[in-house]
Design a protein around this ligand. Structure first.
Ligand SMILES: *Cc1c(COP(=O)(O)O)cnc(C)c1O
Length: 370
């Protein structure tokens, strides 16, 4: 048997008629840029995530870039974030000439450790950028209390967390900006690239609409220096067909995760994912910790038996060539460094069949019980 991490053709097959019609309608309309299809999707996502404004963009990377740009920060200003994330989070901070300051993660959830964030705050700190990794939110209750005492804005990177909640509040309701990605393999994926910034602030929502279109409203008058970033009509139409299925897909991911948790109860040598009390987890990834240096051997064993897996992420960012110049040294973020050596994500996609997930679980068990 072969099991992949994602099966986009299977997802397409399930929605083929609706997707084909939606895409062909856009092609026939001749309206391909930012259109009513975009606006409808923005409204639907904003409502789902509990905020007033959704600004559709090219990518989740652009969503981070424009959120930071909207804060009007100056070169050298510090933004505290996690070193255990997809690179875009820190990359957009650095690209704007700002200084990424890495705080360590919590060993149980892989998300930012609020106590270490507090230790990293200086007179130059201008924002805190938590990532809601693998499908569960960072401890936003603690982080927002800390941010409020220091009068710092929060930007939540929710590229992996659409549909998440923390203490009964939707993912968009905890940060000044919340960024989403619609990369094809995310829980809600386009047929190409897409992203969005969510905000409840009317003025910032308006500013983001300028920033995504060269700082203009299309009048050849330029209020800000911006970029060109839009969620185009075809991607918006595809995403609007998929959005109503997101809750079911996330539920299917949770069921797969629960199945694995049960199947691995008696396996010593791995730690199954921990869901923070008060979190609704959407399992963008189902990530095991593999102790005793056996991670790579388990990955190879799975591959030999046809089971795909992924290492998210194999290196903490503060130790990467591009980010070492911010002063990162081995041992600075010990939990992030340990996680990079121990994590292994196994298939948890909603399209997984019962037979497939049973086979994945059996194969993992076989490795430890050889
Ligand atoms: C996917 C991802 C991004 C970037 O999104 P793109 O749409 O690929 O640009 C940013 N942050 C995190 C945590 C991600 O997982």
């Amino acid at each position: 048997m072969k099991v992949a991490m994602a099966d986009l053709p299977a997802q397409y097959a399930g929605l083929k008629n609706d997707l084909d019609r939606a895409v062909l309608d856009v092609l026939a309309s001749g309206q391909y840029g930012l259109t009513t299809a975009t606006a409808e999707f923005e409204t639907a996502v904003a409502r789902k995530c509990g905020v007033r404004h959704g600004i559709g963009l090219n990518s989740g990377t652009d969503a981070l870039l424009l959120s930071l740009l909207a804060l009007d920060l100056k070169p050298g200003d510090e933004v505290i974030t996690t070193p255990f994330t997809f690179v875009a989070t820190a990359e957009m901070i650095a690209l704007l000439g700002l200084t990424p300051v890495f705080a360590d993660i919590d060993s149980a959830t892989f998300n930012l450790d609020t106590a270490d964030v507090a230790r990293k705050i200086t007179a130059r700190t201008r924002a805190i950028l938590p990532v809601h990794l693998f499908g569960q939110m960072a401890d936003m209750d603690e982080l927002s209390r800390l941010a409020a005492t220091q009068d710092l804005p929060l930007i939540g990177d929710a590229a992996q967390a659409i549909g998440c909640e923390h203490q009964n509040r939707a993912v968009g309701q905890w940060s000044r900006f919340t960024t989403l990605s619609f990369f094809p393999t995310k829980n809600l994926g386009a047929a190409g690239d897409g992203g969005m910034v969510l905000t409840d602030d009317d003025d910032l929502g308006e500013k983001l609409r300028y920033l995504r279109f060269h700082g203009s409203k299309g009048t050849y008058q330029y209020k800000y220096v911006g970029i060109c970033s839009r969620l185009d009509a075809i991607q918006s139409a595809v995403l609007s067909v998929k959005l109503p299925h997101l809750d079911d897909w996330n539920e299917a991911r949770r069921k797969n995760a629960a199945f694995y948790n049960e199947a691995f109860l008696d396996v010593t040598g791995i730690v199954t994912p921990c869901t923070l009390v008060g979190n609704v987890h959407t399992f963008h990834q189902y990530t095991l910790r593999v102790a005793d240096g056996k991670r790579d051997a388990l990955r190879q064993f799975l591959a030999d038996h046809g089971v795909a897996s992924g290492i998210y992420y194999p290196g903490a960012l503060h130790l990467q060539d591009a980010y070492r110049k911010y002063g990162g040294q081995s041992g600075d973020c010990p939990e992030a460094e340990r996680a990079a050596a121990e994590v292994l994500s196994i298939p948890v996609m909603p399209e997984l069949t019962g037979a497939q997930r049973g086979y994945v679980a059996e194969t993992v068990r076989a490795f430890f019980h050889r």
